[in-house]
Design a protein around this ligand. Structure first.
Ligand SMILES: CC(=O)N[C@H]1[C@@H](OP(=O)(O)OP(=O)(O)OC[C@H]2O[C@@H](n3ccc(=O)[nH]c3=O)[C@H](O)[C@@H]2O)O[C@H](CO)[C@@H](O)[C@@H]1O[C@H](C)C(=O)N[C@@H](C)C(=O)N[C@H](CCC(=O)O)C(=O)O
Ligand SMILES: Nc1ncnc2c1ncn2[C@@H]1O[C@H](COP(=O)(O)OP(=O)(O)OP(=O)(O)O)[C@@H](O)[C@H]1O
Ligand SMILES: N[C@H](CCC[C@H](N)C(=O)O)C(=O)O
Ligand SMILES: [Mg+2]
Length: 483
């Protein structure tokens, strides 16, 4: 493919446009001969600092925001990240025909996975893409991001389409939307779960966080697109109003939803009885998931599929047998007396609150929670999560969760400000062993924050670590000690 092909319809005149482009990247370390190197402004540095390295590695085109001197064609535009995304979409031309993007603070990974199951249950070739990676049937390929960079994303879409995937549910993170990672994606549907505090390390304030999420409806969806919005929060109402203003078809769901209206959710031992109405027609069923938030996610996925025209009977059938999402309220085992150990990915104040509330109706004894907060991430979450844990749990153990470049003790101290009576156990494996050892009949242990993650990042090093394995090992150790 030539550079001119990649710039088709962009209205740009570039010297050397007939040259063949062999690839694109925004990372100088990934440049190969014949590549376009996109030198983008970043949080820490500007990609232009790496242009010499990229040229040495063989970059044959530079895309950036200000004119620079270089011995190869330079394309300077005000929004190079957006142009990179559109060029990547031309370089990797195939995409699944039907793509749904889901945004919101919590529930994206769960909703895209439930949507994938609902589509697959209706015989559709479906996949989902997000924090857990690219999931198709039983195969999961880890990408490392919730919304991968534009080039990685377009390469994944092209491959999925080539493999026959027609329907894709993808997560739209606020980073992804703000950084134009999704600009080349041909979307049909956008969905919204909820909006509460997160990522205030990256977004200067909550308004910027909201504005980034809103872009899905105001900029990313085409004018004839559809929005499926959970309107239980004031933010959902605002998203729906903006989407309507733009002329999108808007469907609302949730306790306050009109198209999919939740009527009743009753917790059972290992499932929940749910009554909801779709377009006024009521359905009652048992969904084999615990936690009200999981039902909201499952019904969010159902609303999307139903609005696509998937048959009601098929959607209901899949909901009745829905499989849980890895690391989201995942039960890893129980003590001999039946006290469960669950792993969850709650890593925001609202997520932790919802998680602890979810456990309560299923627990006769104490709700015990182990959690920490990530380093180099929104520090203002820490004490708030401490307060929530102190208020909602009966026993709190504060430990480490990916301290990254920060001092782990300082992170724990910030969390403990909100829950001064909590136990502090720095080593996460030891915290888990301790939490499991203290379980009595009727108690429940929640290990929160890492979910499906398989590493603990300390400094630049990722140490192998999996809460689920650690939970199971601690149960075996407890058994061996005959507690
Ligand atoms: C905060 C954030 O979004 N960071 C992402 C961002 O980095 P940055 O703006 O800090 O980049 P920078 O280090 O200043 O560098 C500027 C530019 O120079 C380039 N560079 C840099 C070094 C080098 O040697 N050569 C080079 O070319 C970089 O690729 C970048 O384009 O752009 C980089 C290139 O795409 C990403 O790798 C990086 O992800 C970092 C590793 C990260 O941790 N991101 C997380 C926070 C993230 O994106 N999370 C969201 C949401 C998570 C969720 O809620 O689920 C996600 O979608 O995953
Ligand atoms: N609808 C919801 N409302 C509130 N909290 C939720 C909801 N769904 C999930 N959670 C909490 O958030 C955690 C993460 O869920 P999930 O992975 O589905 O969210 P996400 O939006 O993909 O998160 P991320 O921003 O990390 O990609 C869950 O483990 C749970 O604790
Ligand atoms: N994907 C999210 C959640 C990470 C959760 C937690 N394990 C942490 O490291 O903070 C993030 O990068 O902010
Ligand atoms: Mg996610």
């Amino acid at each position: 493919m030539t550079l001119n092909d990649l710039l088709l319809d962009e209205g740009l005149v570039v010297e050397g446009g007939e040259q063949t482009v062999r690839g694109l990247t925004l990372d100088s370390r990934k440049v190969e001969p014949g590549f376009v190197f996109a030198a983008l402004p970043g949080v820490k540095v500007h990609g232009r600092d790496f242009i010499p390295k990229a040229l040495t590695a063989g970059a044959s085109v530079i895309l950036t925001d200000e004119p620079v001197e270089a011995p190869v064609p330079v394309i300077a535009v005000p929004e190079p990240a957006a142009l990179l995304a559109r060029m990547a979409a031309r370089f990797y031309p195939r995409q699944p025909g039907h793509i749904v993007a889901i945004t919101g603070t919590n529930g994206k990974s769960s909703t895209v996975e439930f949507l994938r199951q609902i589509w697959a249950g209706a015989g559709i070739e479906a996949a989902c893409l997000g924090t857990l990676g690219v999931t198709r049937g039983n195969s999961v390929e880890v990408t490392g991001y919730t919304t991968p960079d534009a080039v990685a994303l377009q390469a994944a879409l092209d491959r999925l389409a080539g493999e026959g995937v027609t329907h894709l549910g993808m997560e739209a993170s606020s980073h992804g939307l703000k950084q134009h990672r999704m600009d080349g994606v041909r979307l049909q549907v956008g969905a919204f779960t909820n909006l509460t505090q997160d990522h205030l390390d990256y977004h200067p304030d909550f308004a910027d966080y909201f504005a980034s999420k809103l872009k899905l409806f105001t900029e990313r969806l085409p004018a004839d697109g559809r929005a499926v919005i959970n309107v239980d929060s004031e933010w959902g109402g605002k998203m729906a109003a903006s989407a309507r203003e733009r002329g999108l078809e808007v469907l609302t769901m949730g306790w306050r939803g009109s198209d999919l209206a939740i009527r009743e959710i009753t917790p059972r031992a290992a499932s929940q009885s749910v009554i909801f109405a779709w377009k006024g027609r009521e359905h009652a069923l048992d969904i084999p998931l615990v936690g009200e938030f999981q039902i909201l996610n499952a019904l969010g996925a159902a609303a999307i599929a139903l609005s696509d025209g998937v048959a009601e009977a098929s959607v209901l059938d899949t909901l009745k047998g829905l499989a849980g999402v890895p690391g989201r309220l995942e039960k890893v085992g129980e003590t001999a007396a039946g006290a469960p150990v669950l792993v969850d990915y709650a890593h925001t104040p609202d997520g932790l609150d919802k998680l602890l509330r979810a456990a309560r109706p299923h627990t006769r004894g104490r709700v015990i929670v182990i959690f920490g907060c990530g380093g180099d991430r929104d520090a203002s979450k820490r004490a708030k999560m401490g307060v929530i844990a102190a208020n909602q749990a009966d026993h709190v153990i504060v430990t480490d969760d990916n301290p990254r470049s920060e001092d782990p003790a300082a992170i724990r101290k910030a969390v403990l400000k909100g829950c001064p009576r909590a136990e502090e156990i720095a080593d996460r494996a030891q915290a888990i062993r301790h939490g499991v050892a203290m379980l009595k009949a009727g108690d429940c242990l929640l290990i929160a924050g890492k979910g499906h993650e398989t590493g603990q990042t300390v400094g630049d090093i990722v140490h192998p670590f999996d809460d689920r394995e650690q939970g199971r090992a601690a149960l075996v150790a407890r058994e061996a000690a005959n507690v």
